[in-house]
Design a protein around this ligand. Structure first.
Ligand code: 5AD
Length: 360
């Protein structure tokens, strides 16, 4: 291996990029090291990879959290079935008016996210999806509403949904069992992800960083799963305890580990759409900027009505709960501009080929 002019550490990072793979020992090293030069090299290599794929642009997605009812009881999540949180469900007109306001602000991707709420039958959800796509045919619609049947995913796709986010949470079955009650399984989650991809959605998987029971080995399994599944999007953010959940007393994940993993994921999947998440912005004041500088290229400002934001509390101290949509967009634009990136509202679809000048 040619290492002339490079430190052995830099060569090790270059190899991740070249092979688009990482071995367990390299992952262990990257998560533990305090070698600032190596970490700088990791971030730089990842950022350059993202720049080659998408340029100096960060895609904005308007996020609408439309229901916090959930039939699941995930031990980490603040809107789990047994949580005492106050429940809400937006009416179709409210959701459409959020989209309308978002459209006026320039957003061309809407992400409709919610708990697994039985009220949203296929009929209701398909109605909502087609209403959004009819009014704003130039926008991409992303759904993030958990596990549903293959037929349901197909019906929603036929109604016009373009993308789907469903984090796998952990690719290690025993770890999955530690984070969820017995009625949920990794096998089911993986089956859903496969169905979504087969149907033709742009699909996102992902996991929390620093969730209870996570180890280098479970993270290694996550990275190998991501490599093999080859999703269009990957959502990762630090685990943040929510006081009313069984994990309310567990330590939070760190911004540092999240940022290192963002870079590694960028090197494994150069073209992936990779958000610097709200959770990352919550545990570190410069979290989103640091995420972008380490290879992320998406941010998802909140377009939910102010009155319900406090209630969609997956974890405590969630960032940006007090910024109006427009304010939120402007703050993010400014944050991105400060680090030399342009926040763009364009649909920002996954690109199979690197962009040419004309495509920008
Ligand atoms: N901390 C961080 N992320 C969380 N999520 C749920 N609860 C928490 C928490 N306490 C993440 C999960 C889920 C996504 C919508 O939010 O990964 O898939």
């Amino acid at each position: 291996m040619e290492v002339y002019g490079k430190t052995p550490q830099d060569a090790r990072i270059a190899r991740i990029a070249e092979e688009r793979n990482i071995d367990r020992d390299t992952l262990r090293w990257l998560l533990a090291t305090e070698d600032e030069d190596a970490l700088f090299c990791l971030r730089k290599t990842a950022r350059e990879t993202a720049d080659r794929a998408y340029g100096k642009r960060v895609f904005l997605r308007g996020l609408i959290e439309f229901t916090n009812y959930c039939r699941n009881d995930c031990y980490y999540c603040g809107i789990r079935r047994s949580s005492p949180c106050e429940r809400y469900r937006l009416k179709e007109e409210q959701i459409l008016s959020c989209c309308g306001a978002g459209y006026e602000l320039g957003f061309r991707t809407f992400v409709l996210q919610g708990g697994e709420d039985a009220y949203f039958t296929d009929e209701r959800l398909c109605g909502l999806v087609s209403a959004v796509k009819e009014r704003w045919p130039d926008c991409a619609l992303t759904l993030s509403v958990g596990e549903r049947s293959r037929e349901s995913y197909q019906a929603l796709f036929d109604a016009g949904a373009d993308r789907y986010l469903l984090r796998h949470e952990t690719a290690d079955a025993a770890h999955y069992g530690l984070l969820h009650p017995a009625e949920q399984s990794l096998a089911e989650r993986k089956a859903c992800l496969l169905h979504l991809k087969e149907i033709g959605y742009q699909v996102g998987c992902g996991f929390m960083v620093g969730s209870p029971g996570q180890t280098v080995d479970t993270l290694y399994a996550d990275l190998q799963f991501i490599r093999q599944f080859n999703p269009h999007m990957v959502g990762i953010g630090p685990f943040i305890p929510q006081k009313d959940t069984p994990f309310g007393g567990e330590p939070a994940g760190t911004a540092e580990a999240t940022i290192r993993l963002l870079s590694v994921i960028r090197l494994l999947l150069p073209k992936v759409l990779l958000p610097a998440t709200t959770a990352l912005g919550t545990i570190h004041p410069k979290g989103r900027q640091r995420g972008i500088r380490a290879g992320a290229n998406v941010v998802m400002p909140n377009l939910s009505p102010m009155a319900v934001r406090e209630k969609y509390r997956l974890y405590d101290n969630k960032a940006y709960t007090d910024a109006e949509a427009a304010e939120c967009r402007d703050m993010l634009r400014e944050e991105m501009r400060e680090i030399g990136y342009e926040a763009v509202c364009a649909r920002g679809d996954y690109r199979k080929e690197p962009e040419t000048e004309e495509m920008i």
